[in-house]
Write a protein that binds this ligand. Structure first.
Ligand code: TA6
Length: 311
């Protein structure tokens, strides 16, 4: 007789790093490393992995883990003078045993609260005092929710940019479409962040892409035809969305990324990049991402992303 596993289990992961496993009664699960406050796995109730994790991911500080959902804070990309994507993703977070209450009481059992506070070293790099609380919840339907609350506990304002740098696992990148970003303006990271306007159709992939879409809808659909699966990203407090695939050449240049890994991943990142977020002393910002993976047979219209995006 199999023993039912707890909804929240704290254990050791790769290289003995602390991790938390969340389990939902119907079988979906998620894994979070305290190193980086980093979700590295999200599985549906069939046990299928929904997030991409590089075959060469390095689980050793100071390198950020390649894949899953790295947290980019207090700087997205090279938008500032800190290291690429800031430093929250290569710091150790703690379990928050006494988080301030959320407006609505969660009935979910499979959740964990983490907290990140700057060290003396961090304060030298970025002289601001804040508390970064991150709640990771696995919903009854297997949806994955990440809610960040950043409170400025300093006597001076602080400004930052942010992203949930989500690596989605896809069957074949050339068979994937993204819906919800059509006709939007974007900054092209491959063209010195020059501003362009996206064409009218769904986005498909045949070469390297690194775009920051501005002021997007709160819902974006990623359709994986081959897997008959649609990822629906819902976001709050994060106006922008970054779409990234390194393709062949860049894939070869990254030591912690397999040469063919680019075929099986797509980053679609809920972000705040164009306009920095500024918090006065005592103020708190909230940024939320909700990921769902729904079976879709797009062709038969059983699940038309347009309906998803409007629903
Ligand atoms: O989010 C897209 C991006 O900013 C790309 O420019 C690419 O550099 C990617 O992030 C990965 O960055 P990383 O620092 O994790 O190698």
């Amino acid at each position: 007789m199999s023993v039912e596993k707890p909804p929240v289990e704290i254990c050791k992961g790769v290289n003995g790093l602390d991790k938390v496993v969340l389990r939902e009664v119907r079988g979906s699960s998620a894994e979070v490393y305290l190193y980086g406050g980093h979700v590295t796995s999200w599985r549906n109730d069939h046990g299928e992995e929904l997030l991409f994790l590089s075959t060469k991911a390095i689980f050793k500080p100071p390198k950020a883990i390649r894949g899953g959902i790295p947290i980019c804070f207090p700087q997205f990309g090279s938008h500032g003078n800190l290291d690429q994507h800031g430093f929250a993703r290569n710091r150790f977070w703690s379990i928050d045993t006494n988080p301030p209450p959320f407006p609505t009481v969660s009935t979910n059992k499979a959740l964990i609260d983490l907290i990140f506070k700057p060290s003396e070293e961090d304060l030298k790099t970025w002289p601001h005092s804040y508390e970064f609380r991150l709640r990771i919840t696995l919903g009854p339907g297997g949806d994955l929710m990440l809610t960040s609350r950043i409170r400025n506990i300093d006597a001076k304002p602080l400004s930052f940019t942010f992203a949930y740098h989500t690596y989605l696992s896809v069957s074949d990148i050339s068979e994937v479409r993204v819906e919800g970003l059509e006709t939007l303006d974007f900054l092209d990271n491959l063209k010195a962040k020059e501003r362009f306007t996206e064409q009218g159709d769904a986005i498909t992939f045949e070469s390297e892409v690194d775009k920051i879409y501005l002021a997007t809808p709160t819902k974006i659909a990623v359709i994986d035809h081959e897997k008959k699966r649609t990822f629906v990203l819902r976001k709050d407090g994060l106006p922008d969305a970054v779409v990234w695939n390194p393709w062949e050449k860049k894939a070869k240049s990254m030591a912690d990324f397999g040469d063919d890994d680019y075929k099986h991943m797509l980053c679609v990142e809920a972000a705040a990049v164009e306009k920095v977020i500024t918090l006065k002393p005592g103020e708190e910002w909230k940024g939320r991402l909700e990921l769902s993976a729904v079976p879709s047979s797009y062709r038969s219209g059983q699940l038309d992303p347009q309906r998803v995006l409007q629903g």
